[in-house]
Design a protein around this ligand. Structure first.
Ligand SMILES: Cc1cc2nc3c(=O)[nH]c(=O)nc-3n(C[C@H](O)[C@H](O)[C@H](O)COP(=O)(O)O)c2cc1C
Length: 359
């Protein structure tokens, strides 16, 4: 039995990891309790500890262990509790190892290629899933994992250009609509996985992410080869989401025309809401950081355009003036608060209906 088959996933929906602090134990545990996959973001989960800026590494480790334990308790043995770890973060390896030790079921990893993920201590006991934006990336990962670790991914998340947060496409591709649509990316990644599934006699399920809103979208991705979907922005508008009311209100109020593509110190473009911070950045060119948590490998505080950790922490707290509010491209269509059970019920019912229409 593969690591994926051992997961207790009865609903093939992943709640995408959302940093900083947007998807912690409350959201991830509630999603898992419904039989789906709840994902805790490992991006500075200790941001709300009083001594965070003095000792970010210790605060983050303690918070990560706390949130995994709490999410598992909330899940009551149902579903899957996973973490999302960004390759571009400074304490990537020790964070993943700590999460495995704390009992997480799966590791989802993007913002760079997770080429060494299988070598992390304990990785053989959990399901491993890269996030990719196309066939080239998944082929590179499979080739290397096969050669060095005799292993292939247990499942894969394919993220298209409509996703929230950091994007695996250039700013031009996103702004000029040149990126391939999600269903095409799903098809090409499924195709690239065929030889590896054959070699390892193992299915490698693909989850489609970025702009998925309803059951009809899920059915469409399934028709193109996806096993399920990963959704994030829709989960912000739930009672259980760990973000402040201010963040949730900003998501509910957002219109299509409020969406912006911003350059991130991670070295990739990101998608967020137009906000005073982006206006200030456009006017000043740079907002020099006043302190540094040393969180990203590619970030140099001496020349970074702004501190993304400060901006995301202010957003999760609901500070409209200073926050960077990450969101998906379809945020304008999300305008009602709901709960995690109601959202998952709606999605699965719509999906069933859409499938009946397809037959
Ligand atoms: C607020 C927010 C924060 C996010 N943070 C992360 C992150 O830390 N790591 C990551 O891999 N993806 C991150 N994402 C991407 C999501 O996990 C997800 O794949 C994507 O947003 C799906 O598209 P959707 O929001 O349209 O459903 C973030 C998305 C949002 C909206």
């Amino acid at each position: 039995m593969s690591c994926f088959e051992r997961l207790n996933l009865s609903i093939p929906i992943i709640q995408g990891g959302m940093g900083i602090g947007v998807s912690l134990s409350s959201l991830a545990g509630s999603v898992a309790a419904q039989g789906a996959m709840g994902v805790i973001s490992t991006a500075n989960p200790g941001y709300d500890r009083p001594d965070f800026w003095k000792n970010p590494a210790a605060c983050n480790m303690e918070a990560l262990r706390h949130h995994i334990k709490r999410a598992k308790e909330l899940a009551k043995g149902q579903g899957v509790v996973a973490i999302n770890a960004m390759v571009a973060t400074t304490r990537y390896t020790e964070t993943v190892a700590a999460a495995i030790q704390a009992g997480v079921d799966a590791i989802i990893s993007g913002a760079g290629l997770p080429l060494h993920l299988p070598s992390v201590e304990g990785a053989e006991h959990v399901a491993l899933a890269p996030i990719v934006s196309g066939a080239k990336a998944i082929s590179t990962i499979c080739k290397l994992w096969d050669k060095r670790f005799n292993r292939v991914p247990d499942f894969v998340v394919v993220e298209g250009s409509q996703a929230g947060g950091h994007l695996g496409f250039s700013k031009e591709e996103v702004l000029e609509g040149k990126a391939k649509p999600l269903h095409m990316l799903v098809e090409e990644v499924c195709q690239a996985l065929v030889p590896w599934q054959e070699k390892y006699h193992q299915a490698i399920p693909v989850f489609a992410a970025g702009g998925v809103l309803d059951g009809a979208d899920i059915a469409k991705m399934e028709q193109h080869g996806a096993y399920g979907v990963q959704m994030a922005t829709s989960f912000i508008a739930t009672e259980e989401c760990d973000a402040s009311e201010g963040y949730k209100k900003a998501i509910l109020a957002a219109k299509d025309e409020d969406v912006r593509i911003v350059q991130s110190p991670v070295g990739m473009p990101g998608r967020g809401l137009a906000s005073p911070l982006l206006d200030k950045l456009a006017a000043a060119g740079r907002i020099a950081p006043s302190r540094c948590a040393n969180c990203l490998v590619p970030c140099n505080p001496l020349n970074t355009p702004y501190c993304i950790t400060h901006a995301l922490i202010e957003a999760v707290k609901g500070n409209w003036e200073e926050g960077l509010f990450f969101c998906g491209g379809n945020v304008g269509k999300i305008n009602q608060m709901t709960t995690v059970p109601a959202l998952i019920r709606r999605l699965t019912e719509e999906w069933k209906q859409a499938k009946q229409h397809c037959i």
